[in-house]
Design a protein around this ligand. Structure first.
Ligand SMILES: Cc1cc2nc3c(=O)[nH]c(=O)nc-3n(C[C@H](O)[C@H](O)[C@H](O)COP(=O)(O)O)c2cc1C
Length: 230
């Protein structure tokens, strides 16, 4: 099969989505689409390189908001039926809200719109699906309770991206999730994979409900569920 696999900028279910894309790329032609936010968030979680490794060659490109400019020409392939399937996983509340309102002003929302025009089925994994609390994983984070205010912050010196603001926080717009800071701080003041609980907003849940009523869009709770349909 020829599949478009789109990532948006959600940390929730991101690791699982990358694993599913890796599995699919072994047996199918997979073109990867990433939103601008996905490019940043994939880096924060140290997953960007895994996604880049999936790409190379015709129909295995890495399409980004920046390399597709403002008109997203690569999505035209979806409107002329060059793909068998489009997957959007994870799908942020933002991307879902745009899609249910017919907005197509990013690479991923445009891909969904063009897939609809080309009668290409779209499988989506919206992160905001059930009301109530959800546990989710944070990218690397500085734990101020453990920081000893060293005169020279070894983590900041070690970080090749200059992302550590000593005794303060990590600038996530610079972080590439390499983990060198975690290993260098002698006081373990930088933690990875911290779980926090967030609460779904009603408006996002309502948008996900609307999403499931759009023709040619099928929603899934977990990216791994998609594998049973391929
Ligand atoms: C570390 C991190 C994790 C995020 N996780 C989520 C998430 O799980 N769900 C969500 O809707 N937005 C999440 N966001 C916010 C989105 O990235 C933001 O709304 C962005 O504008 C979405 O753009 P996109 O829909 O074009 O990808 C996260 C942002 C950061 C920095």
């Amino acid at each position: 099969m020829r599949i478009g696999f789109a990532f948006t900028g959600a940390g929730h279910l991101l690791n699982e989505s990358v694993q599913v894309a890796e599995k699919l790329a072994k047996n199918h032609e997979v073109t990867v689409f990433i939103s601008g936010a996905a490019e940043e968030v994939l880096k924060m979680y140290g997953l960007y390189d895994c996604v880049v490794r999936l790409t190379g060659g015709k129909y295995r490109e890495l399409a980004t908001d920046s390399n597709q400019k403002f008109s997203y020409p690569i999505t035209g392939r979806l409107s002329i039926g060059k793909y068998d399937l489009l997957i959007v996983s994870p799908a942020t509340a933002n991307t879902v809200a745009k899609i249910v309102n017919g907005i197509a002003d990013t690479l991923v929302t445009n891909a969904v719109a063009q897939a609809g025009k080309g009668a290409v089925k779209t499988f989506m994994v919206p992160v905001d699906i059930h009301p109530g609390p959800v546990d989710t994983v944070l990218p690397s984070k500085m734990e101020m309770s453990k920081c000893q205010n060293c005169d020279e912050c070894i983590a900041a010196v070690t970080c090749p991206e200059g992302a550590i603001i000593p005794h303060d926080e990590i600038d996530l717009t610079k972080c590439v999730g390499c983990g060198l800071c975690r290993n260098s701080c002698p006081y373990n003041a930088i933690c990875e994979g911290k779980i926090i609980t967030i609460y779904m907003r009603d408006i996002d849940i309502r948008n996900t409900e609307k999403l499931s009523s759009i023709d040619d869009i099928q929603i899934f709770e977990n990216p791994f569920d998609i594998l049973e349909f391929i």
